[in-house]
Design a protein around this ligand. Sequence first.
Ligand code: SR1
Ligand code: MG
Length: 396
Amino acid sequence: MTTVQDIEKYEAFTIETVIDFAKEKGWFTTDSQVVATEIGDGNLNYVFRLVDENQKSLIVKQSLPYAKVVGESWPLTLKRATTEAEVLKTHGLYVPNLVPKIFFTDEALAITVMEDLSHLTIAREGLVAGKYYPNFVNDLTTYLANTLFYTSDFAMHPFDKKNIQAKFSNPELCKITEDLIFTDPYIEIDTNDFEVALTDEVQALWNNKLLKLEVTKLKYSFMTEGEALLHGDLHTGSVFINEQETKVIDPEFGFYGPMGFDIGQVLANLIFQYIVRKGEAKQQILKDVINVWAQFESKFTELWQKEGNASFAEIEGYLQSVLGKVYADTIGFAGAELIRRTIGLAHVKDLDSIVDDNVRIQAKKQVLSLGENLILKRKQMKDTKDLAAVIVGGNE
Ligand code: SR1
Ligand code: MG
């Protein structure tokens, strides 16, 4: 919770005051010609890019005491800025090349000052424009395998793990996910957002008792299974990328949760591209979707064998049991992400930018049906062939 004292110390930056602040801190000289631009396109925060006449630049990200996407009627903890910086620092211990460098944080002002990544593109923007990123899956699975393994009981001392788990409890941001992903899309509520042409599909979903039961199981797993320090919002809008470099940003939803949640979000956000692409590009994305699991499994296995705590790693069959559980979770969480991004509050450009109404509605119907199938069949899918069959099934 953000307290009254927190709010009193807080001041929202403007283009002018953020420059004054950066000069006071000595990041730019007082006489330098600094230009600031607000470049944030996310749902929650402001992001200022500051650049001087010598092209020296940095990013000042500031949380607002409310959710930008809705406005002041939705108050939101300022502590999320600190959470984000701390998750980046912790994940940076294991994948230093895959996260931005943090230069400065201030909890009261809710700011994080970090490396400017403007030479990279937000992966979703590039993908929607038809680009293909050959390193995306390799880099994301390196990120997932390392951050999830090293922050889990499989690698940490149990005292350290419980201490860090307590530090990252993040209840307010988790509640957003609990509502927006696991509850709201399955009930009639004002915050849902879908085209009239989807009414029949949405009503069928609201009346699907089995689906609601399975989504509720996923929600409870999200709320109670503190397996590893998750990013918590790992969609393609949280990845800066080009042909050479990948940086995972924005882990303000970070907390200790089930590993499959992060993997499932990556999977689902690639599946949107599979749905909207055609021909060879579609087949390439399908391979990427499958490789998310295949490469995660192989990298996680290698870490487990080399560095896993003996009391788990030496038990025959236990790795397979863990991977089987994480695989089913991954598929189920991916299904929930597909559904909520189609009919819930927060959509994705991959679908919403389709101009032709018929094409867009057909794509959304496919996504809803696939989301449902993934949730309902997650425990029967034994390998990536099963996953590919379900994805291709209704989408040829
Ligand atoms: C009110 S926040 C809506 C969504 O934006 C964030 O990026 C998360 O995905 C959240 O669910
Ligand atoms: Mg975000």
